[in-house]
Each structure stands twice: as structure tokens, then as C-alpha cells.
Ligand binder design. Structure first.
Ligand SMILES: [Zn+2]
Ligand SMILES: [Zn+2]
Length: 143
């Protein structure tokens, strides 16, 4: 188990969530993933760690992780995917619609200024990731 998974397990149980082996497997899969995953993909990977995981557990665990700010949901086409993201400041998710790799671009001064304007407008944001969908460098090159 990765350290990050253990940290999250600890934080969630301190918040009163019951963390079963199934939920732990789901958390581990998301923390390990290099690209965004659909619930079905998370299920398939989690079952390799804990064979008794069911799809309902995947959805419930995703809801908990989302509510606690450990992940982001992205949409590619009409399908929803999930990725580990705990960044609270303004940043960008460059999402490849072919391989579903998500590249995180951290904020710079201009986006900090944007965030300051947003606060000045009295808006309290909960999620600060801007999604940009397209093709990554690898997927643009002909095979
Ligand atoms: Zn992010
Ligand atoms: Zn790609």
C-alpha cells in the first residue's frame, strides 16, 4: 500500500468514515493511476487487490473521496472519469480525449490574478481546475 493511500485512510477514518478493505483497494487504484479512469476500470483494477469489491462500493468510495477533496471528475465525450487531484489553487487539466492522460498545469501569476478577481466578485469556489480537452503530444503523432 502506498503512503498516500494510508494517509487518506487515516484522514477518512478520523472524519468518521468506515474504511473497509474494498474501499481501501479503490483508493489505492486511484492513487496509482496514471490516467483518468472510468468506474468500470477502477472496479477491474481494484478486484486484483481485493476480489470482493463491487461496483456500488466503487461509486460510494468515489463520492466520499470527491466530497473530501481527493479527486476530480472529468468528462470526455459523454463519459465520466475520475482522477486523483488535491490541488486547491487554480490550475488546468489538459485532458487527452484519446488516451485519457491528464496533464496538470499549475497556476502562474495570471491565473492567481484571475482567482483574486473571482474572490473580489464574492464568489467562493469549491473546485478550481479548468478542463481543456484535446490530444496529447503522443496521440497527435501518426502511428
Ligand atoms: Zn488537478
Ligand atoms: Zn493521448
Amino acid at each position: 500500500m502506498r503512503k498516500r493511500t494510508r494517509d487518506i485512510q487515516k484522514a477518512l477514518s478520523e472524519s468518521g468514515y468506515r474504511i473497509t478493505q474494498s474501499r481501501l483497494a479503490v483508493i489505492e487504484v486511484i492513487m496509482r493511476a496514471r490516467h483518468s479512469l472510468s468506474p468500470e476500470e477502477i472496479l477491474a483494477r481494484a478486484r486484483k487487490i481485493e476480489p470482493s469489491v463491487g461496483l456500488a462500493t466503487v461509486y460510494r468510495t468515489l463520492d466520499v473521496l470527491h466530497a473530501e477533496g481527493y479527486l476530480e471528475r472529468v468528462r470526455i465525450g459523454n463519459k465520466g472519469y475520475t482522477l486523483a487531484c488535491e490541488e486547491k489553487s487554480l490550475h488546468f487539466h489538459l485532458i487527452c480525449e484519446r488516451c485519457r492522460t491528464v496533464i496538470e498545469l499549475q497556476s502562474n501569476h495570471s491565473s492567481d490574478a484571475l482567482l483574486a478577481q473571482l474572490r473580489a466578485a464574492g464568489f467562493k469556489s469549491r473546485k478550481n481546475a479548468v478542463e481543456i480537452v484535446g490530444l496529447c503530444a503522443k496521440c497527435q503523432s501518426p502511428e
